[in-house]
Design a protein around this ligand. Sequence first.
Ligand SMILES: Nc1ncnc2c1ncn2[C@@H]1O[C@H](COP(=O)(O)OP(=O)(O)OP(=O)(O)O)[C@@H](O)[C@H]1O
Ligand SMILES: [Mg+2]
Length: 232
Amino acid sequence: MSSVLKTYNLTKSYKNTNVVNKLNMSIEKGDIYGFIGKDGAGKTTTIKMITGLVKPTRGQINLLGDINRNKQVENFKRIGAIIEYPGSYGNLSAEENLKIHKKLMGIKDKSSIKETLKMVGLEDVGRKPVRKFSLGMKQRLGIARVLLHKPEFIILDEPTNGLDPVGIKEIREIILELNSKREITFLISSNSLSEVEEMVNKVGIMRKGNLLEEISYDEIQKKNLTGGKASA
Ligand SMILES: Nc1ncnc2c1ncn2[C@@H]1O[C@H](COP(=O)(O)OP(=O)(O)OP(=O)(O)O)[C@@H](O)[C@H]1O
Ligand SMILES: [Mg+2]
């Protein structure tokens, strides 16, 4: 198994408070890793450090096999992230949004926008402006945009937040398909284990900046952390 992400005592302090405290997390190729914690636990801050948006106060990050920060800038091209909310142009259609993104990011690849829309179940939205999309549809468009970069590792910050059970199921199916068919590794943060338990194979539990445990899905079931909700 090759390592996609490893953090070593990763720490972020704001005003002498460690909002992320000595985090040692580990994600292997092929994992769908659930990063679980309540509001303010430090999930987004950790994700921002991984993606280079926030500078760690202490500790190290090994991203796609590289611990050297300069080389990691190259590695950022191999990852895709949606942090906090997926933004898009509300007056334009899904297809137009993806076209613009491709142009802005200088993506030369001929990969078809239609095929990408199909991957996320938006092939039938036609010319409907994105402002008329449901939250789940907007999340899926965000995933489509990230897919245009052909990433090996996708980070989604609370993709199920605010979705109803149907929307959660749709996102789950897309993630599982991308994981099995395109071998994309995922890091998915969530406030609640029950929202992601059916898609993840490993979870890290955050509380007040600390990673309390990191356990495989098999162990979760054994420990019955979800009060028996997870079916065998
Ligand atoms: N730029 C900043 N300056 C000061 N404090 C910050 C900053 N960014 C985050 N924090 C604090 O760090 C802590 C962790 O925040 P973070 O956004 O990482 O949590 P989270 O787990 O993503 O929460 P949520 O589930 O609400 O998104 C919070 O107490 C927050 O107030
Ligand atoms: Mg957050």
